[in-house]
Design a protein around this ligand. Structure first.
Ligand code: ARG
Length: 488
């Protein structure tokens, strides 16, 4: 019999390496050990696991389920383990399956019997659910901070060239002039919604499943509210069967991340287009671009291209988890172990994308000459001419028709509306008068739109002020540490 086999049979002491060994005649196949191990990636939850165990042990002692001496030994042992992990001296053992068994077994090895009492009134099913919730909560708070920095970059752009007029598009066709500031503030609003969504998701994440045990709860006189408070949770879960098999909070979180990636990807697509020689609207910072190994003239927008590319990866993780869950009967199933790699990769991918885009956005420079050349073309002010006629009492539909004819005639002659003089404009409608020239310039057009949310300079100034106030409020909230800190 192998050494492990002998230990598994040692029923009196309780085997610290294979706790279920008592039931088994043979040891686990090596291939199965390798197949089912998750320790190499779920060790990322080690500090959350330790924090959860400390709260659980402290509750067990308070309730008289273990002694104060046991608690002291457990706390000391876990603290030592934490230090070893931080120092990189902890020995991770794949044959112990996962992070939970690795830590529990190391604890028992260190402190003996008290370590073997830690798992009283608990199962790995409620333990892992707790660890992942602590992890997601921490990541939400970290991502919120990264998104704050991204919004600062966007606001910085909006404040940098406030009067600059650029072409606005619909259907990727020239539509109406808009302010450069207005453009960046559009993205600011998207990430504001993303942050609000994340914080809303946090409410459903921040609920404590510990005490649900394997699936049915426990007969020990535990105090679930105490554990929840110790871990900074706002509430406890209401149904043990649901709590051990619920991964809605991860799916919801990945949906939030997917939406953020979608926003980043739209912004990336636009930057790739804008940096092309065809558009020539912006100059991207050298530090965020690469050259070509063969074509010396190239400056490639790799960063936004990669962000656009990585978006698919995050969507993929969301779909993986939805698919993982769709056929699972109550309560815990081992399939659930497959949630972690998707979750971790989605977090890493989104975090670095938000971070790199915050750096890039702050350094984008407008090509003012090209932008002014382009905004003077393409009949961007045609709507303004129609609105002008409406102001002179012409019904809008008629004005639209008249300006349409004027545009067609310009196209035929290869000129712009602004190239026409008053006499020529009058030919299209007798209501045209000398004051028409002011409305045909891109600046005049943009500045006319001062309704709330519009692109006019005073509307944009109000938008900037509101955005600044919102960010300040957020910064204040973050500073106050209104939310739970890290597990490290
Ligand atoms: N590694 C497992 C997971 O991630 C922990 C829970 C294991 N529970 C069990 N009954 N085998 O889901």
């Amino acid at each position: 019999m192998s050494e492990t086999g002998k230990m598994q049979r040692n029923a009196n002491s309780g085997n610290i390496d294979k706790p279920w060994g008592g039931r088994f005649q043979q040891s686990t196949e090596k291939l199965v050990e390798k197949f089912s191990a998750s320790e190499h990636y779920d060790r990322r939850l080690c500090f959350h696991d330790i924090r959860g165990s400390l709260a659980h042990a402290s509750m067990l002692a308070r309730q008289g389920i273990i002694s104060d001496k046991d608690l002291a030994a457990i706390s000391e042992g876990l603290e030592e383990i934490r230090q070893e992990i931080e120092a990189g001296t902890f020995t991770w053992r794949p044959e112990l399956e996962d992070v939970h068994m690795n830590i529990e077994s190391a604890l028992s090895r260190k402190v003996g019997a008290p370590g073997r009492r830690l798992h009283t009134a608990r199962s790995r099913n409620d333990q892992v659910a707790t660890d992942v919730r602590l992890y997601v909560r921490e990541e939400i708070d970290r991502l919120d901070r990264l998104m704050h920095a991204l919004q600062e970059s966007l606001l910085h752009q909006a404040c940098s060239f406030t009067g600059l007029v650029i072409p606005g598009f619909t259907h990727l066709q020239h539509a109406q002039p808009v302010l450069w500031s207005h453009h960046w503030l559009a993205y600011f609003q998207m990430f504001r919604r993303d942050r609000e969504r994340l914080l809303d998701c946090r409410k459903r994440v921040n609920v404590c499943p510990l005490g649900s045990a394997a699936l049915a709860g426990t007969g020990f006189p535990i105090d679930r509210e105490y554990v929840a408070r110790e871990l900074g949770f706002d509430d406890i879960t209401r149904n043990s069967l649901d709590a051990v098999g619920d991964r809605d909070f991860i799916i919801e979180f990945l949906a939030c991340l997917s939406i953020t990636m979608m926003h980043l990807s739209r912004m990336s697509e636009e930057l790739v287009l804008w940096a092309s020689s065809e558009f020539g609207f912006v100059e991207l910072p050298d530090g965020y671009c690469t050259g070509s190994s063969i074509m010396p003239q190239k400056k490639n927008p790799d960063v936004p291209e990669l962000v656009r590319g990585k978006t698919g990866r995050v969507y993929g993780h969301l779909v993986s988890l939805l698919t993982l869950m769709k056929g699972l009967p109550l309560a815990y199933n081992r399939d659930l172990q497959e949630d972690k790699e998707a979750l971790f990769d989605a977090v890493d991918t989104t975090s670095i994308c938000v971070e790199v885009m915050a750096g890039l956005v702050a350094l984008v420079k407008p090509c003012a000459d090209r932008l002014s050349e382009v905004t003077g073309k393409g009949f961007l002010t045609a709507t303004d001419l129609a609105d002008y006629l409406v102001g002179k009492g012409v019904p809008f539909r008629e004005a639209h028709e008249v300006v349409g004819r004027a545009v067609a005639s310009c196209i035929e002659r290869g000129v712009e509306l602004t190239d026409l003089d008053l006499e020529e404009l009058k030919k299209f409608h007798p209501s045209v008068e000398g004051d028409v020239m002011g409305v045909l310039t891109p600046e005049g057009s943009a500045n006319a739109r001062n309704c709330p949310g519009g692109t006019g300079i005073s509307a944009v100034r109000r938008q900037i002020q509101e955005a600044q106030a919102w960010l300040k409020e957020k910064a204040h909230e973050m500073e106050q540490g209104r939310r739970e800190g890290d597990c490290r």
